[in-house]
Design a protein around this ligand. Structure first.
Ligand SMILES: Nc1ncnc2c1ncn2[C@@H]1O[C@H](COP(=O)(O)OP(=O)(O)O)[C@@H](O)[C@H]1O
Ligand SMILES: [Mg+2]
Length: 322
């Protein structure tokens, strides 16, 4: 079979609560799957089952064609896992960490050292390689974590929230590193709470919430589920809102409406840039000043709102999601 990862009806219960309630998805070899969902959705639980760290209460999971329940040892040999909590040791240097992991994987010392050098280079950690890891920034530590998972050249890589807690610059650096892994053909399952991240990295996105898959597809197809582009404008003077709405309805039709803030008006459009130009011309002719005008396309957050009735950013409260 050509799926690197296959989950069939996975169930996991903690007491009378189902962390996973029948989760199925598959990840073709060489592709990147983004498991997207808010805090508590069941992402880490799914990763723990697929990486043999915990048993499912129901369903089946295969990684590299191997049954994770029947053959966990073989599965462990072909996977890498960057867990949500850092696994590298703070009182060793970056290089020592990588060499130690190589030795744990039974690489001869020379080979373990060579592989460590290679990875320090690939992850821009050459200068930091001989410093204690406890002196590293969050971004450097995350890159070292990722390097550590690659020592044994896994076929399938699991990344549990690889960029949570990183600042935007460190996040971008990590995304670039992940691009090179993808280009090398590694199959990756990454979990994320960030719409932008799934959109940026994943070929396919599986949206989960409360232990269930609520949607799947590529970013574009998920966005299509919420409908197309909208014309949007913000009036400079709230008193002219009625006039603006009339012009907008003229250009874009009956569905023109005001947003919550009252100054922003929207209408679905199939018209693209020419509709924006026409709208701008008509408003100008009527002397209605606008602060902003343009075309908006739905984000993955809009998708989540449509599917669940809740914004994906809504907090459960126990970590540092934006
Ligand atoms: N070891 C555990 N004991 C009890 N409940 C757990 C345990 N691990 C996870 N859960 C619960 O299962 C649900 C899913 O958790 P998790 O898989 O960690 O979600 P995510 O990684 O998407 O934030 C949550 O409600 C969480 O509280
Ligand atoms: Mg988690």
């Amino acid at each position: 079979m050509d799926d690197a990862i296959r989950a069939d009806g996975l169930v996991k219960r903690y007491g009378d609560k189902a962390a996973l309630d029948g989760v199925s998805f598959d990840v073709p070899r060489g592709s990147v799957c983004g498991l997207l969902g808010p805090n508590g959705a069941g992402k880490t639980t799914a990763v723990r089952i697929l990486t043999t760290l915990t048993d499912a209460d129901g369903g089946h999971a295969h990684v590299g064609g191997l049954d994770v329940a029947a053959d966990p040892q073989s599965v462990r040999r072909i996977i890498g896992l960057a867990a949500q909590d850092a696994t590298v040791d703070g009182v060793l240097t970056g290089r020592e960490n990588l060499v130690m992991i190589g030795r744990l994987h039974h690489l001869p010392r020379g080979e373990a050292t060579g592989r460590a050098d290679e990875l320090l280079e690939q992850f821009s950690l050459v200068d930091a390689g001989d410093r204690l890891v406890k002196t590293y920034s969050g971004g450097m530590r995350r890159r070292l974590d990722l390097a550590a998972t690659l020592v044994a050249r896994p076929e399938v890589l699991f990344l549990d929230e690889p960029t949570t807690g990183l600042d935007p610059r460190a996040r971008n650096e990590l995304w670039d590193v992940l691009d090179t892994l993808v280009a090398e053909g590694t199959t990756i399952l990454l979990t994320t709470q960030y719409l932008e991240e799934a959109d940026r990295l994943a070929d396919d996105i599986v949206v989960i919430d409360h232990g269930r898959v609520i949607a799947r597809g590529d970013a574009a197809s998920l966005k299509r589920q919420v409908g197309g582009a909208q014309l949007a404008l913000t009036v400079a003077d709230p008193a002219r809102r009625g006039d603006a709405l009339r012009v907008l309805a003229d250009v874009a039709g009956e569905d023109a409406h005001a947003d919550g803030d009252g100054r922003t008006l929207r209408a679905p459009t199939g018209g693209g840039a020419s509709a924006v130009a026409e709208l701008a011309r008509r408003l100008d002719a009527d002397g209605v000043e606008v602060e902003d005008i343009g075309l908006t396309r739905p984000t993955l957050d809009d998708v989540f709102l449509t599917l669940t009735g809740a914004h994906i950013e809504q907090e459960d409260g126990d970590d540092d999601r934006r």
